[in-house]
Design a protein around this ligand. Structure first.
Ligand SMILES: [Zn+2]
Length: 289
């Protein structure tokens, strides 16, 4: 295992571990023998409960949630041919262009012509035709064509920003309004009561398993709500980024640049006769092929 891969694996483990978010395990060990009082490490013998913010966070909570969001996004990009895709940020358009026929991603590939090399983007199901059963009719795109689509979409938003700004404002308001914090608070209250009960019961050595399971279930529910909020928080930033771009622009963009995609574009879906360009801010623009 090379060091880069090792780092990725370790980081993944660390980031999935809530301890790194400042949550300590309340029940790291469990008493197995009440006579000898010998304590052994809890390896799934008893449910583990967490006490939140028990010690200082090693990484900030919002960063942790952002990473979780990114990990979930990447996991959702796994191919339906059962292979794990390599994540390359070499090209801004990698993992951005999707096929309307089969839902797969488009990949950059090199064609050699008698008069030189040429880069095209093709649906991955077609590239792997020999290995997978999917026979996708998606067309092949010249890279120049794809770059032109990005420019057209960005310039459309630039030219019609007065029409788009109300939608952006609505998106921000929606993200602000639908915060899960009341639900999270309610869950916190429930958990606090249950944790107190668990501590009480454990002193009299009563069974806490059921209560523990319930706490874990509540924590999972709470985590999903937090993740959802982190997504909304991310959306606000993405909308601000589009505003910043529009404000800094004094004319239409004439030259393709990878940073345009990285800053502004979430996905491009390839149809036979048009493209749907979804901006990170939630705006969608259609471009004719
Ligand atoms: Zn396809």
């Amino acid at each position: 295992m090379d060091s880069k891969h090792w780092l990725a694996t370790t980081l993944r483990k660390i980031l999935r571990n809530e301890k790194y978010m400042g949550d300590a395990l309340l029940q790291k060990t469990v008493t197995t023998d009440f006579l000898t009082k010998k304590r052994v490490a809890n390896k799934g013998l008893a449910p583990q409960y967490y006490v939140e913010d028990d010690h200082e966070a090693i990484i900030p909570k919002d960063l942790f949630l952002r990473v979780q969001e990114e990990m979930a996004r990447r996991a959702s990009l796994e191919t339906n041919v059962g292979r794990c895709r390599l994540f390359s940020s070499r090209y801004a358009l990698s993992n951005t262009v999707f096929c309307a026929h089969c839902g797969e991603v488009f990949q950059r590939t090199q064609w050699t012509h008698p008069n030189g090399k040429k880069f095209v983007w093709r649906c991955i199901s077609r590239l792997r035709k020999k290995r997978s059963a999917i026979d996708c009719p998606a067309r092949t795109l010249n890279e120049a064509e794809l770059h032109a689509v990005v420019l057209k979409a960005v310039n459309e938003v630039y030219a019609k920003q007065d029409n788009f700004i109300p939608q952006l404002k609505a998106n921000v308001e929606k993200a602000l309004m639908n915060s899960n914090s009341p639900e999270i608070e309610a869950i916190d209250e429930k958990i606090a009561v249950m944790e107190a009960e668990i501590i009480k019961r454990s002193k009299t050595r009563q069974n806490c398993d059921e209560l523990g399971d319930e706490i874990i279930k509540l924590r999972e529910e709470r985590y999903k709500l937090q993740l959802d909020d982190a997504n909304k928080e991310g959306l606000k930033e993405k909308i601000a980024e589009l505003h910043k771009f529009l404000d800094g622009q004094s004319a239409e963009v004439h030259e393709y640049d990878d940073s345009l995609v990285r800053r502004l574009i979430e996905t491009i879906t390839v149809y036979d006769d048009h493209f749907k360009v979804l901006f990170k801010s939630g705006i969608e623009v259609e471009v004719a092929a």
